[in-house]
Ligand binder design. Structure first.
Ligand code: ADP
Ligand code: MG
Length: 342
């Protein structure tokens, strides 16, 4: 047996990248989440060739001071947590300090940034894990990240990239879910130089609902009920589709926990039960729901891509969701009964 050795850092990062960077849309997710964490009010995503050639995310957030640029791409380096306590109550999208290190180890990478108070921008480039020194650049306040030739140095992964339009469709779906998560932020998406989506920041509930309609279909607002419930430190808001808005596929279900889109067993079960007696077998409800609770009540450190969470009080969350949705949907049952009685 060969002797045990510590792996070189760029190999460690490539291995870590294997966990979170599955395809171009995973890169977009990490970059846009960073922009949101930086307090951006406007985020632009430019894609070329489904992301295989270029992924560029530009924001007007807080920026990174030049001396910290190398740290931003170092692994296990983050500005978002500093202790176990912070981890227990993390409210940002990121906290692992691994995304930029991972992405920059499997692509030709550049990070350009200017902080709000400064009149100069700086840029660093990383090529296959090799970090170049920061140099002055042109950039408005905020940050741009460019990721070119994703997986150029990981042929096995590059081979698994699907057709351009398939990869772009994943990115488009992801942007939809992020746009629904943050109605207050402007998002723009372009592909091969053509604007594909423009979501202006929604200033009121009507504008928020217009954004929902763009993602779930123009019919959705008229076929949904507004939800607004709070109890025991839990707050649920959003829109649940009436049975008429149900679909053959579960492809219009957006459930956010503290701003994070999650797939969760407890949530799925509560929703299924709430709809059980208003939906036909094989039909799937459409909904956009936002659950907010104290960050200490939910563990987001379950999965590297953070699609999963674990509630500390599962029963409480389950019953709150079930009751809130069941009550709202009960109106539709009553409505059905009276319309049948007529
Ligand atoms: P994490 O988000 O888990 O902290 P990342 O590798 O994604 O780790 O980013 C590392 C650090 O780089 C962040 O903690 C943040 O300080 C900084 N950073 C990354 N992207 C941006 C951005 N768009 N604007 C401002 N700072 C950023
Ligand atoms: Mg991050």
């Amino acid at each position: 047996m060969p002797a045990i050795r510590v792996l070189p850092p760029d190999l460690v990062n490539q291995i870590a990248a294997g966990e979170v960077i599955e395809r171009p849309s995973s890169v977009v997710k990490e970059l846009v989440e960073n922009s949101l964490d930086a307090g951006a009010g406007r985020i632009e995503v430019d894609i070329e060739q489904g992301g295989a050639r270029l992924i560029r995310v530009r924001d007007d957030g807080g920026g990174i001071p030049p001396e910290q640029l190398p740290l931003a791409v170092a692994s296990h380096a983050t500005s978002k947590i500093g202790s176990f306590d912070d981890l227990e109550r993390v409210a940002s999208m990121g906290f692992r300090g691994e995304a930029l290190a991972s992405v920059s180890s499997v692509a030709r990478f550049a990070l350009t940034s200017r902080t709000a108070g400064s009149d100069a921008a700086f840029r660093i480039e990383v090529d296959g894990g090799k970090v170049q020194a920061a140099r002055p650049a042109q950039h408005p306040p905020g940050t741009s990240v460019e990721v070119r030739d994703l997986f150029y140095n990981v042929p096995a992964r590059r081979k698994f990239l699907r057709a351009e339009r398939t990869e772009f469709a994943h990115i488009d779906d992801l942007l939809k879910s992020l746009a629904l998560a943050r109605g207050d932020v402007e998002f723009r998406l372009s592909h091969n130089g053509r604007p594909v989506r423009v979501w202006k920041a929604a200033r009121d509930e009507q504008a928020a609902l217009a954004r929902v309609a763009e993602v779930l279909g123009e019919d959705f607002p008229a076929q949904s009920l507004r939800i607004e419930q709070a109890a025991a430190g839990l707050r649920l808001s959003g829109w649940v589709g009436l049975p008429t808005a149900s679909r053959a596929q579960a492809d219009a279900q957006y459930f956010y926990v503290n701003g994070r889109l999650v797939r969760d067993r407890v949530v799925a079960h509560a929703v299924r039960q709430a709809y059980a007696d208003v939906l036909f077998h094989g039909r799937h409800p459409a909904f956009v729901l936002y659950l907010e609770l104290d960050p200490a009540g939910v563990d987001v450190n379950v999965h590297p891509a953070k699609h999963e969470v674990r509630f500390r009080e599962q029963r409480l969350v389950h019953d709150f969701l079930f009751r809130s949705l069941h009550e709202a949907l009960a109106q539709t049952r009553a409505g059905q009964v009276s319309s049948q009685a007529q």
